[in-house]
Design a protein around this ligand. Structure first.
Ligand SMILES: *Cc1c(COP(=O)(O)O)cnc(C)c1O
Length: 466
């Protein structure tokens, strides 16, 4: 091959870039949910195990021709399901280049650039979120693993204070840790607790108010040692637990306060939302996602732990062939060892936006959520939450009608919204988390939702007359 190899690779990558570019150019006008025909077309992949090689250009062509039509347009401005976010142009382009690099970010010696960009991205985020400068940070797959990593640090620290080395001895025979969670804690917090041997069900649950916030007046007496899990950004309402009160109560018993801020933490970057984050930087650990509101490609979550020594003790890994350097080796700070260099995209995203661009993106999404809510309210539908951030809950009447509107809008393809049950009531859930979403996207989506809701209402009336 020799010289020809370079040309062949360049041509393949150019073809991939061309196909990706054409896909992205079509995103603004694409259906949000793929058509049933496109999903049925996935049978085009159902071939017998290939007996021999296929030309990479042909592999790419099949992927694009069969695969691209069956994607959900989460990369566009009108996907409002779950809490998703798209990919900022700089982050996506960096992701493509980093994929070509194929770096293993586990050790600095395996990827100096991966480690350097992690260091810088972590430093920038610690500054953005207002955490103490010695805070340890780690790149993980998502907020689920970030919750896990932070709670592993908490478990280590609280038991070490009582003379128990959980790393060496495990949990059998250890002093019990009391875990306090809000009634509205995210399901992944319970998953992390279960994985850590702290149990889903042995938690003390604090009742929630109408917005899903921790009721500070219903706070239990804390026994030592305790971990209290609070939430910045309820996944339904976007509400924030009262961090100041919780941190104050925790201080007296030397409890560990952990924050699940998968998307809510980013409120700190927008001056008009920053007040929601009051008291949060006084916590002990924080989990967040970059693949949600920072709009980097999947997967990318972040764990921050104030007590760096405990963070290291909880997740470091040793082997005779690992170098022992003074510099931070990423694999000592996360449950993973080998992994991709996630710091690349976070660095690119923050570098491309800067403080002002970040503030603008977060604020615009919040503004769009308020605009959507206002439009729905004017059309006569009930908004079930205080729209303080990027989340909107709307009811279209009874459960059956609300479910029918959700189904209808998903079929319609203009935008995509999911459903939930909020404090016993069926609701459509709208989450605005994309760098692409504009007022125009909101107005277009609003029109579609109202059109679908009116059709559902007409059908409902008809069926009652009959
Ligand atoms: C999304 C989310 C999680 C889980 O995050 P993943 O990135 O899916 O692992 C946890 N907590 C909250 C509040 C979330 O919104």
């Amino acid at each position: 091959m020799g010289e020809g190899k370079t040309d062949w690779r360049t041509a393949l990558m150019a073809e991939a870039a061309k196909r990706a570019g054409m896909y992205l150019a079509a995103v603004p006008e694409r259906r949000v949910a793929p058509s049933p025909e496109a999903v049925a077309g996935l049978s085009g992949f159902a071939e017998p195990m290939p007996a021999g090689p296929t030309d990479p250009l042909e592999v790419l062509a099949q992927l694009d021709e069969v695969g691209s039509p069956a994607t959900v347009t989460t990369s566009g401005g009108r996907y409002f399901g779950f809490v998703i976010g798209g990919s900022l142009p700089a982050a996506l382009a960096a992701n493509v280049l980093a994929a070509a690099w194929d770096q293993n970010a586990g050790l600095r010696v395996m990827s100096p650039v991966g480690a350097a960009l992690e260091d810088i991205a972590l430093r920038w985020m610690i500054e953005l979120f207002g955490f103490p400068s010695g805070t340890a940070g780690a790149f993980v797959t998502g907020a689920t693993m970030a919750n896990f990593t932070c709670l592993a640090g908490a478990r280590y620290a609280l038991l070490a204070q009582r003379g128990w080395n959980v790393d060496a001895e495990g949990l059998f025979g250890a002093p019990p840790i009391q875990v306090v969670v809000g009634d509205e804690a995210h399901s992944t917090v319970f998953k992390a607790l279960s994985l850590l041997g702290m149990g889903r069900n042995r938690v003390i649950t604090v009742p929630a108010d109408g917005q899903g916030r921790f009721r500070a007046d219903a706070f239990p007496k804390l026994y030592e040692p305790s971990i209290i899990c609070i939430q910045a950004g309820n996944v339904n309402t976007g509400a924030f637990d009262p961090a100041q009160e919780v941190v104050e109560a925790a201080k007296e018993s030397a409890s560990w306060v952990h924050v699940d801020g998968a998307f809510g933490l980013w409120a700190k970057c927008a001056p008009a939302r920053e007040h929601l984050m009051a008291g949060y930087s006084d916590a002990d650990s924080w989990a967040t996602d970059a693949h949600k509101w920072l709009n980097v490609p999947y997967d990318c979550g972040l764990a921050f732990i104030r007590d760096a020594a405990s963070a290291y003790a909880a997740t470091n890994v040793q082997a005779a062939y690992f170098p022992a350097g003074a510099d931070r080796d990423p694999m000592h700070w996360t449950p993973d060892s080998s992994r991709r260099a996630r710091g690349v995209e976070v660095w690119a995203a923050i570098k491309s936006l800067g403080r002002s661009g970040l503030a603008e993106m977060i604020e615009r999404d919040c503004h769009c959520a308020a605009r959507f809510a206002e439009g729905l309210r004017k059309a006569g539908y009930a908004i079930l939450n205080d729209v303080v951030l990027n989340q909107v809950l709307v009811s279209f009447g009874d459960e059956q009608m609300t479910r029918a509107v959700i189904h209808g809008i998903q079929q319609d393809g203009t935008c995509w919204c999911g459903g939930t049950t909020w404090q016993g009531q069926a609701a459509m859930r709208i989450s605005i988390s994309s760098w692409m979403t504009t007022d125009e996207d909101i107005d277009r989506s609003l029109k579609a939702v109202v059109r679908v809701a009116q059709a559902v209402a007409r059908k409902h009336v008809k069926s009652h007359i009959r």
